[in-house]
Design a protein around this ligand. Structure first.
Ligand code: ADP
Length: 229
């Protein structure tokens, strides 16, 4: 099926011999909202990096939709990156570009036409509630606003899957909830959301599927989960 995420017996050992993931098998269906929880060092970031092919597994198989990560060739990586949007704790915005330009940049690198960029960027900034900040620079934004720009940048390419690695880690509770509500909205529009977090309150209020990692292994996978560690 299109855009199913499949991990089959994935292990990751870093060059320093740290085993970050061990025998992880996982099946995420399209349009799911999945939270990945676990203490610091449990393997959450490694898992998200695998999905965007920033890390490679030491063993095991990853397939997302029709893309088999073992056989994907260089030419297909941009296709993968379009399909999977990603946001991080530290926003990773380009400081010398405005809000508009940060979002537009994601389209420019994919070779999208200027006319299409001019149409798509304001629309997505509207969706994340930042239309009026279009001409501002990242340094002029609050943490919550910066994260919404990062989400806009991920969404503007219309990904089927959005991966958020501790997106609320640098935010106060009010801004954190705004981001979570935005993720819920995006999920309602039909995008699969994979949210890695160690924020118990968020996970327990969301009442979505919770996958618990501990020392690189899945120790729990609950349909309507609670974060109990
Ligand atoms: P989490 O996101 O849950 O905090 P990580 O996936 O970042 O967990 O880390 C899992 C384990 O792998 C930890 O023991 C961490 O120290 C280790 N680790 C993460 N990245 C690297 C790396 N690039 N090189 C070596 N060890 C790493």
């Amino acid at each position: 099926m299109a855009n199913v995420i499949l991990l089959d017996r994935i292990s990751v050992m870093y060059p320093n011999k740290t085993v970050a993931l061990s025998g992880v098998s996982l099946h995420i269906t399209p349009k799911e909202f999945v939270t990945i929880v676990g203490e610091s060092g449990a393997g959450k970031s490694t898992l998200t990096k695998l999905l965007i092919k920033e890390e490679l597994p030491t063993s095991g198989k990853i397939v997302v939709g029709s893309i088999d990560y073992d056989t994907i060739d260089k030419a297909n990586i941009p296709h993968l990156r379009r399909r999977i949007g990603v946001v991080f704790q530290d926003f990773k915005l380009l400081p010398n570009l405005t809000v508009f330009e940060n979002v537009a940049f994601a389209l420019e690198v994919s070779g999208v036409k200027t006319s299409e960029i001019k149409r798509a960027v304001p629309k997505i900034l509207q969706l994340v509630g930042l239309a009026e900040k279009s001409a501002n620079y990242p340094a002029e934004l609050s943490g919550g606003e910066a994260q919404r720009v990062a989400i806009a940048r991920a969404l503007v390419r219309n990904p089927k899957i959005l991966i958020a690695d501790e997106p609320t880690g640098n935010l106060d509770p009010k801004n954190a909830w705004d981001i979570i509500e935005l993720l819920i909205k995006i999920n309602r529009f039909g995008t699969t959301v994979v949210l890695a977090t160690h924020n118990k309150e968020i996970v327990n209020t969301l009442k979505r599927r919770v996958i618990t990692l501990s020392r690189g292994r899945i120790v729990k996978d609950d349909k309507v989960g609670k974060y109990v560690l």
